[in-house]
Design a protein around this ligand. Structure first.
Ligand SMILES: Cc1ncc(COP(=O)(O)O)c(C=O)c1O
Length: 385
């Protein structure tokens, strides 16, 4: 740190230079992220609540009510109005909390968790942090978890089974109904990672899309991750962990003698109330109708990309169910194709299972961006011939 401070103007000038090097969502060039431009209202509210600390909620009672309000709205959306939970930093922290609750409640000597091969890498972090053995279940030919493989991995040490509603790479929805039955029979915690799908599947279902149930309506589901900072249009960071009831939070509760509340179940102590307030604001503003319209719009853009790729003879990995399209060039490998696209100014990501270019049609991607992308993909095809 310098001895003497700089004038505010100078600091802002320096920052602007750094910011110019960042990509922006509004350019439409970020194709592989599950984050997006947050809604202007949510951003404003975020700034207004910057000082509120939900780690000491007795001091910020209004913000605590906003957090409860978000939990209530999401619980209702996911079929359990009495669900308990918290607004936290994102899917990673939510999955970590779910695994912690499951481990503490089961009390197994050598705890294990079963996750699909398609599960997000946050479960590896959770396993490492919590001392859990991670067992990976196979996928079926549609890249959903193979229920028989899950069944075979269950042992006396299994403390949780994980299903994914909207996988990170392909947007697949695991057969949660079957997982729910197994977990009810075996009395095992079933956690659903709907970090991505939680803010789109329910709304697509409301428009009549034939997508499977994945939420608390299925009695075996004990907890759900859902991220408002993905398809919910909330500013980063905003994740949410929901439990069927408060006993799961109690199982993680630690005494906090010097604070206004004497128990805390979250992993972090001091935590931003701004996320809860901004998430509350955007959910109130959008309403179900707003999110339904958004879901339909992104699925329209998804279809345009899907159809354009088929016309250009690119190969789809699967028919998209959600707003993620994974595809391959007929002869060029995905990493080489990703490099070509990057040279043309596109930021794409490559999936691992199977290797493919993966485009997430987040709300910042408009039809006109997809037309430009398809033009570049056509150019790449023509140069091959
Ligand atoms: C299904 C799923 N779960 C969890 C996460 C982790 O979320 P975060 O990066 O917000 O911690 C992601 C991130 O993309 C995800 O797709």
């Amino acid at each position: 740190m310098d001895e003497k401070g700089l004038p505010e103007e100078k600091v802002l000038e320096l920052l602007a230079e750094f910011q110019r090097r960042d990509m922006t969502y509004t350019s439409g060039r970020i194709l592989g992220s599950m984050c997006t431009s947050s809604h202007p209202l949510a951003r404003r509210v975020y700034c207004d609540f910057l000082e509120s600390n939900l780690g000491d909620p007795g001091l910020f009672r209004g913000t605590r009510e906003l957090e409860s309000g978000v939990i209530g709205m999401l619980g209702e959306l996911l079929s359990e109005p009495d669900a308990a939970g918290h607004i936290i930093t994102g899917g990673t922290e939510a999955n970590l909390m779910a695994m912690r609750a499951a481990r503490n409640m089961a009390g197994a000597e050598k705890p294990e968790i079963i996750v699909p091969k398609s599960a997000h890498f946050s479960f590896r972090k959770a396993a490492d942090i919590l001392g859990l053995r991670l067992r990976e279940a196979e996928l079926d030919q549609d890249y959903r978890v193979d229920v028989e493989s899950v069944r075979k991995l269950i042992s006396g040490n299994t403390v949780a089974v994980v299903g994914v509603a909207g996988t990170t790479e392909l947007g697949r929805i695991d057969p949660v109904e079957e997982l729910s039955e197994i977990c009810l029979d075996e009395d095992i915690h079933l956690h659903i990672d709907a970090a991505f799908g939680g803010f789109i599947i329910p709304f697509l279902r409301e428009t009549g899309a034939e997508l499977p149930e994945f939420d608390f309506k299925l009695q075996g589901v004990s907890s759900i991750t859902v991220d408002p900072h993905k398809m919910g249009l909330a500013p980063i960071p905003s994740g949410c962990i929901l439990f069927r009831d408060a006993s799961y939070l109690d199982a993680m509760s630690i005494e906090t003698p010097y604070l206004t509340e004497k128990q805390q179940s979250t992993i972090v102590g001091t935590r931003t109330g701004a996320s809860a307030a901004a998430t509350w604001a955007i959910m109130k503003h959008m309403g179900r109708e707003g999110y339904r319209k958004l879901a339909l719009r992104v699925m329209g853009v998804t279809r345009r990309l899907r159809d354009g790729l088929v016309e250009l003879d690119y190969q789809l990995v699967v028919e998209p169910e959600l707003n993620i399209v994974a595809f391959n060039h007929p002869t060029m490998g995905p990493h080489e194709l990703a490099d070509r696209l990057e040279e043309l100014g596109w930021a794409v990501s490559v999936s691992s299972c199977p290797p493919a270019i993966r485009v997430v049609l987040m709300p910042h991607i408009m039809e006109e961006h997809i037309e430009l992308l398809l033009r570049d993909l056509e150019g790449i095809r023509l140069r091959e011939e």
